[in-house]
Every structure is written in structure tokens, then in C-alpha cells.
Write a protein that binds this ligand. Structure first.
Ligand SMILES: C[S@@+](CC[C@H](N)C(=O)[O-])C[C@H]1O[C@@H](n2cnc3c(N)ncnc32)[C@H](O)[C@@H]1O
Length: 357
């Protein structure tokens, strides 16, 4: 039996260590966006390279959440979807969603999962625990929803129903509730995000504050190269990070904004891109730039310009990999002469900290 393994991250490593497939049975690895040539002593391929191959029996997908995306890539490239071994059917987690979208793709993914359970039980077991955790979270969230969901809640409605928003429900829903308070208390000022990437969070900021100017700060071409290299040397991010965050553009971000006319794009490296707008004040700011120096620069810039009652979300404050974020906040707390910066950490996926002025 010859297999490909899709994924070169921790899940793939954990699976390989269990020894269900032998090294000689692995032809190679697949990365959706190739970041390395060799992994675990084998060649790494892009999906289109394996489309022409017929020498393998199965593709074992060692990724959480991406079953549907991978399934669609395979269909597009004419890769035999019957050979996909998937154990993560996102649609299983949310029963109601599953019913709504029980189309042939979901059915097929479910069948592929059944194959995984039968043919690769060790692999399947790896995913069972994760699915249980997700299912528990879903139950907790839906109970919470009974108390908290308002008729006008964005999260889990229409555009905000995707896995991106569901997997980090606490971040997005907390933001909505915070935004409601800002609106109710009539906090003045613009809103902003530093570190926009594809605009997932910015889209919700724009949706919640249709009347406020939304400043979007990003290079839209990934991190500052020197800062990235430094963080990489410190072991605080993976090598693939730089390439990952190149995959966006100003146009694609603007195209998903519900109130595009309120968006002001400041493309380039922050804080240079904030020149000339020193007098602007803010009601809400999201800082999501991952690295120490950039987080510190963003805090230095925005905290003094935050109106009383305004809020800053700093993503990744309690992220165990991106350790620079917490360091930057500590540095700023020491240097800020006003003192007494009020912080509430969230138990969301990235470990956001909320600052209220
Ligand atoms: C984790 S992503 C942001 C994710 C985004 N907030 C979302 O909702 O998906 C980090 C982004 O910060 C940007 N970035 C990091 N440092 C920056 C800087 N100094 N100036 C401008 N953009 C920066 C990167 O280009 C990248 O797109």
C-alpha cells in the first residue's frame, strides 16, 4: 500500500510517530501551499503535482478543519476523491448546519471518514478527541446562545456562519458584545485594525460600526522581513508564517467589506503608514500583528488616541507561540506614564487581551 500524507505539521508528526503507516509506504507529503521541499525524509509536493500520478492508494489528510477545502481542491485538479482519507468532517460538529447543507460533498466527506475509521483506525482515533472537544464547545456555545444571542447577532448568521467565525466564537461574539456597549455609550472616534490579512475580523468591525471610519493598516504582503527573521530566530513563529500572510490583497479585502465606503486603507509598514493622521481619535482598535516590535508600536500609537470608554483588542496575548505579544504589552505598561492600563484576557482561541480605557 502506498500513501501520500497531506500536511506537514504537528498532526502529521503525531500520526507518523504512531507507526500505522511505515516510512517505506509513504511516497511523499502534500502541502496546500508548499513551504518546504523535504519533510520526514520525503519529498513535499503541491496538489497539482500529484494530480498526474496514479502510483498511490490513499491520501491521508493530517489537518483539522480543512476537509472541505481539500476535497474541493481535489475535485478541481481531478484528483480521485475516493482516495482521500479524511477524519475531520467539520459539518459533523454543528448538527443544524449539517442538515442544512447535506449536499453530495458533505455526504462524500462523511463516507471518506467512515473509510478512515475502517482502514486507518489509529489515524481516525487521533481526530476523535479533537472532535469531542469541538462538540463540547458547540454545546456550551449554543447554551450560551440561549442567553446571549440577540436577534441582530452577526455571529453564526449569513456571512459570519463559516468555520472561521465558529471556531473562534468567543473572540467574535465578545467583540460584538463590546461593540454594542461602545455604540450604546456613544463612544466617539474612528475604528481601526492593524494587521488585517484577509479581513475576517475587519469585516465584522465594519459590519458593527457602519457609521464609523474604519482604518485598515497592513502591508498586505506579510510581515516586515527583518522583524520576521528575528522572531523566527527566537523560535516564536514557524518558517511558513511569512508565505502564509502574503496570500491577500487590498482589493480582495475591500471586496468583502459590507460598508466599503467607510474603509480607509493604509498600506505599508505600520507605524509609517499612520503619518499625517495624528489627530484622529478611536473608539475601537484591533491589534493583530503577531510580533513584539509591531505590537509595541501599535500600542504606543493607539492607546493615547483611544477615547475614554474605548476598547483595544490585542490578539495572541496568551498565545503560547507568539510570546512577543505579551512582552510588548508589558513593555508598554512600564513605559506608559499614565499607568493603570485595564486588561481583561479572553479565553478565546488566540488568547486575546481586551484593554478598556
Ligand atoms: C495574523 S495576521 C492578521 C489576521 C487578521 N486580523 C484576521 O482577522 O484574520 C497578521 C497581519 O499583520 C500584518 N503585519 C504585521 N506587522 C505589520 C506591520 N508592522 N505593519 C503592517 N502590517 C503588519 C501582516 O502583514 C499580516 O497580514
Amino acid at each position: 500500500m502506498k500513501v501520500f500524507i497531506w500536511g506537514t505539521g504537528n498532526i502529521a508528526l503525531r500520526y507518523l510517530q504512531q507507526g500505522e503507516v511505515k516510512a517505506e509506504d509513504i511516497i511523499g507529503f502534500i502541502e496546500t501551499q508548499k513551504s518546504k521541499d523535504i519533510f520526514y525524509g520525503k519529498k513535499v509536493y503541491e496538489p497539482n503535482e500529484i494530480a498526474k500520478m496514479h502510483t498511490y492508494d490513499y491520501i491521508i489528510v493530517c489537518l483539522y478543519y480543512y476537509s472541505r477545502e481539500i476535497y474541493d481542491i481535489c475535485l478541481k485538479l481531478d484528483i480521485d476523491v475516493d482516495k482521500l482519507i479524511l477524519a475531520d468532517a467539520w459539518e459533523w460538529i454543528d448538527g443544524s448546519n449539517m442538515k442544512k447543507s447535506l449536499n453530495s460533498c458533505c455526504r462524500k466527506i462523511t463516507e471518506n471518514c467512515a473509510d478512515a475509521e475502517r482502514l486507518f483506525p489509529v489515524f481516525y482515533q487521533l481526530f476523535v478527541n479533537e472532535r469531542d472537544i469541538q462538540a463540547r464547545r458547540y454545546i456550551a456555545v449554543s447554551r450560551n446562545g440561549y442567553d446571549l444571542q440577540e436577534k441582530d447577532a452577526l455571529i453564526w448568521q449569513k456571512d459570519f456562519e463559516s468555520k472561521e467565525y465558529q471556531t473562534d466564537y468567543f473572540r467574535y461574539r465578545t467583540f460584538e458584545l463590546v461593540a454594542n456597549e461602545i455604540i450604546r455609550q456613544k463612544i466617539e472616534g474612528a475604528v481601526a485594525e492593524v494587521g488585517v490579512f484577509k479581513g475576517a475580523f475587519a469585516k465584522m468591525i465594519n459590519a458593527k460600526f457602519p457609521k464609523k471610519k474604519l482604518y485598515l493598516f497592513d502591508t498586505f504582503e506579510s510581515f516586515d522581513v527583518d522583524e520576521f527573521k528575528q522572531e523566527l530566530t527566537l523560535g516564536r513563529c514557524p518558517e511558513s508564517f511569512f508565505e502564509t500572510f502574503k496570500n491577500t490583497s487590498v482589493e480582495s479585502v475591500l471586496s468583502i467589506m459590507p460598508y466599503r465606503e467607510k474603509c480607509i486603507v493604509r498600506q505599508g509598514l505600520f507605524p509609517n503608514t499612520a503619518e499625517g493622521m495624528e489627530n484622529e481619535k478611536y473608539a475601537f482598535v484591533s491589534i493583530d500583528v503577531d510580533f513584539e516590535k509591531s505590537v509595541l508600536e501599535a500600542l504606543r500609537y493607539f492607546y493615547p488616541r483611544l477615547n475614554h470608554g474605548g476598547v483595544i483588542f490585542i490578539h495572541d496575548y496568551n498565545n503560547r507561540f507568539l510570546e512577543g505579544v505579551k512582552k510588548a504589552v508589558a513593555t508598554y505598561e512600564e513605559e506608559y506614564v499614565g499607568g493603570g492600563i485595564l486588561k481583561i484576557p479572553l479565553a478565546d482561541e488566540g488568547g486575546t487581551v481586551v484593554i478598556v480605557k
